[in-house]
Design a protein around this ligand. Structure first.
Ligand SMILES: Nc1ncnc2c1ncn2[C@@H]1O[C@H](COP(=O)(O)OP(=O)(O)OP(=O)(O)O)[C@@H](O)[C@H]1O
Length: 492
């Protein structure tokens, strides 16, 4: 169901007070007036703190700076018609006991009348006492058809002729932006180039990157890694290869459900982050990295709001890959964190979204530890698959050496004896192999010569891998994976 259908259903089912979570007040108002009120014959009233009621000339300015009066107006209004009241700024008064009481009373009264209250807010922070009377829904960011419509409208208004292909490309690059942002970025590109053409795409993408980074939750992550840059992990690579077209229309028409995502559990430096980047690259999708630590902190209720904001942006940008690094750090010991249940609530929102989402957001979550992860996360149906990334075996280590040496010395990599090197670094991770190569390069560079197999051997000999320094943790993970709770990423 889409947003309008969801909202109409709530209104028809007489949910008295609905909070719509969005920053796009203007777009919401437009949708209410043009979709809801036209279809259902509702009269729409709008109120905000500074201007009071504005939609009807008779009531213009009524209840300015007086939210209590704004509610009394709703109560007293003749109820012959279907009436919809859009209240902006209202959540700012959620601490006022009088208003809370009035809202509770009003929610009972208007249940039997043809009235609905819509509170518009860009953060969901409902006091406990109003939880049972307010229903929250999110206004998603504009979808592709809506964006195309807006671009066409703007081009007509600005007398610019656009061909269909350009409209399609512009619309795709604007995904994830609000209508207001789209207008701004389009007018900015026109101001810069005097027209809209393929040059506009890079400006839009850069603007989008900045906006997403400004959320400080998500980062538009640049990537250059591909499946071929991963040494070993053949089972995981094959699994991904099979799904590389799962977000296409053909796959949808074939009846394949949209993949939900992967949980990659493994020892540090075994290529979990590398895999997230390679998926985005090989599937040609944008990569969004979520800084999960930033979801927490701030005022009560803010974490839940931030989680919803993250979901709205990711869905607005779909199809995309959402990379959640070190998910174990945020959701370990959920029920014993002494944070009044914030982590548990945020986790609940996340896991419900993950299970129910139908939008093509492919989640790649990574974890270094397993013992404290909530069991709900590991249950079937959450992620499509849980892979365990172990320390590379001998054959994989050789491939990892070759990949890095080919990148560093594309002309002379074959001069290095990778077979011999891989035998010398049992229990090394991919990251540790890379580090040893870099170390050998430093040595040789300082002596003004080319680095050799011998230099790498010396560097390996000086290195104590994590498998020795944190033996217990590594063995615990391996034992967990061996118990069959995750698929081995290396074995087919
Ligand atoms: N299988 C591999 N093939 C090639 N390079 C690898 C492999 N595994 C690790 N590396 C190298 O090590 C670097 C670090 O790996 P990566 O960040 O993907 O590990 P990680 O499992 O995410 O570690 P962490 O848990 O510490 O975040 C990679 O950028 C890559 O250069």
């Amino acid at each position: 169901m889409n947003f309008i259908q969801d909202l109409r259903l709530l209104l028809k089912s007489r949910y008295p007070i609905i909070l719509i979570n969005t920053r796009e007040e203007e777009r919401l108002e437009y949708m209410m007036k043009n979709h809801i009120s036209c279809l259902d014959n509702e009269k729409v009233y709008c109120w905000d703190f500074v201007d009071g009621y504005t939609s009807n000339p008779n009531d213009n300015g009524y209840a300015q700076r007086n939210p209590l009066l704004a509610l009394e107006f709703i109560e007293k209004l003749d109820n012959r018609y279907l009436n919809l009241f859009i209240l902006k700024d209202f959540d700012s008064f959620f601490r006022d006991v009088g208003l809370i009481r009035k809202l509770r009373n009003l929610s009972q009264i208007i249940k039997t009348q043809s009235k609905n209250i819509i509170i518009v807010s860009c953060k969901v922070n409902i006091p406990y006492t109003l939880n049972d009377v307010i229903t929250v829904i999110d206004l998603p960011l504009p979808n592709l058809p809506e964006i195309k419509k807006e671009i066409k409208r703007l081009s007509i208004a600005l007398s610019i002729v656009l061909d269909i292909e350009l409209v399609n490309n512009l619309a795709k690059s604007c995904q994830g932006l609000s209508i207001d942002r789209i207008r701004k970025v389009i007018t900015r590109t026109i101001a810069q180039y005097g027209q809209l053409d393929s040059r506009s795409l890079s400006i839009i993408i850069e603007e989008k990157r900045q906006i997403i980074n400004q959320t400080r939750l998500l980062e538009f992550y640049p990537y250059k890694k591909a499946n071929k840059d991963i040494g070993g992990l053949n089972a995981l690579k094959l699994w991904l290869k099979k799904r590389s077209r799962s977000f296409s229309k053909q796959s949808f028409d074939y009846g394949i459900p949209t993949p939900k995502g992967l949980l990659l559990v493994g020892i540090q430096g075994t290529g979990k982050s590398l895999t997230a980047k390679a998926i985005a690259n090989d599937w040609t999708l944008p990569l969004l990295r979520l800084d999960i630590g930033k979801l927490f902190g701030g005022l009560v209720g803010e974490s839940e709001s931030k989680m919803r904001e993250m979901v709205t942006i990711a869905e607005g940008l779909s199809p995309c890959v959402l990379w959640i690094d070190e998910i174990d750090k945020a959701f370990s010991n959920l029920y014993s964190q002494g944070d009044s249940g914030t982590s548990a609530r945020v986790f609940g929102t996340f896991i419900t979204w993950l299970s129910e989402k139908t939008t093509p957001v492919f989640v790649v979550a990574t974890a270094n530890t397993i013992q404290n992860l909530p069991s709900e996360m590991l249950r079937k149906g959450r992620f499509d698959e849980i892979f365990f990334l172990d320390l590379p075996n001998n054959e994989e280590r050789e491939l990892i050496f070759q990949i890095h040496l080919k990148r560093i010395r594309p002309q002379s990599w074959q001069n290095y004896n990778t077979k011999q090197l891989s035998l010398l670094c049992n229990k090394f991770s991919g990251a540790e192999i890379e580090q040893a190569i870099v170390e050998s390069m430093h040595t040789a560079f300082s002596e003004e010569r080319e680095f050799s197999t011998e230099d790498i051997k010396i560097a390996l000999g000086q290195f104590v891998p994590l498998a020795y320094t944190d033996k217990e943790q590594v063995e615990n993970l391996q034992a967990w994976a061996a118990s069959g709770r995750a698929r081995n990423a290396s074995l087919q």
